[in-house]
Design a protein around this ligand. Sequence first.
Ligand code: GZL
Length: 326
Amino acid sequence: MHRFARRSLLAAALLPAVMLVSGCGKPESSAPAATPKLRVGFAQIGAESDWRKANSDSIKREAEKRGIELVFSDAQQKQENQNKALRNFIAQKVDVIAFSPVVETGWEPVLKEIKAAGIPVVLTDRAVDVSDDSLFVTFIGADFVEEGRQAALWLAEATGGKATIVELQGTPGSAPAIDRKKGFEEVLATKPDMKIIKSQSGEFTRAKGREVMETFLKSPEGASITALYAHNDDMAIGAIEAIKEAGRTPGKDIVIVSIDAVKAAFEAMVAGDLNCTVECNPLLGPQLFDAVEAIAAKKPVERRIVTPAKVYTQKTAAEDVKTRVY
Ligand code: GZL
């Protein structure tokens, strides 16, 4: 039986006893019994990008604002650390567990242990690939396939449908890397003169994005590159440094489209180095704790909560950059 059910049954059972003990037929202090603080365990992926840092800030800030006790762990982008943290939350008997799974697979065992412990699970940001739908209550996050489509549609428009593209993928096996590639290639299938000639993971980080872009530029096909598709802004910003070092002009010789729409991307667009970014909102704290509080109150929760996206380009970057909050 779920912890909340047990707790409310217990409270209901005890109340008459409490009233009997006091002998007066009504509780001594008229103040209502303080409802216990909700305790939520959150297993975060890491701090690999500006997006991730904004996501963590939003979750911590919102928990604080709502008086929810947050047990927060950072897995440094390692699945084994996330699994450890999730098992820890079971031992700590938290009320709800939430996490952003670093990759899609390998979660069934720990999710079954959490289910057996009667603790509800909320997924934020990234999805898991499991056969048993009862292993989590809801998934709150963007439609990564659509983000990939939007990036490709913008690039097709910007290049007249003709581009020799290199791709910096996100973390191998992660939902955003799989789906952003899928959406981009769906559009490319209709564009015969747009070709991805090289594609490799930059792990969603600036450092790795720069390193991989350097190898692309030094390869025999380096001189033929006319466009870069990066699965996040951090890798695009790292790649911009490599492009400049190679004596090429980012934003002109090599047109660049990425995803996230973090503030540094707007600064790069104002500088003319980046051409377009597709927004993937990291501020999931409010939606996460709306779902947590609904679960605690035994109210229904949507199975899938999609966060909207928007395409931003150099055209409006000088204005947009002033109001970006992450
Ligand atoms: C997307 C998120 C990705 C971001 C990256 O929802 O999972 O992980 O695009 C982040 O910046 O590292």
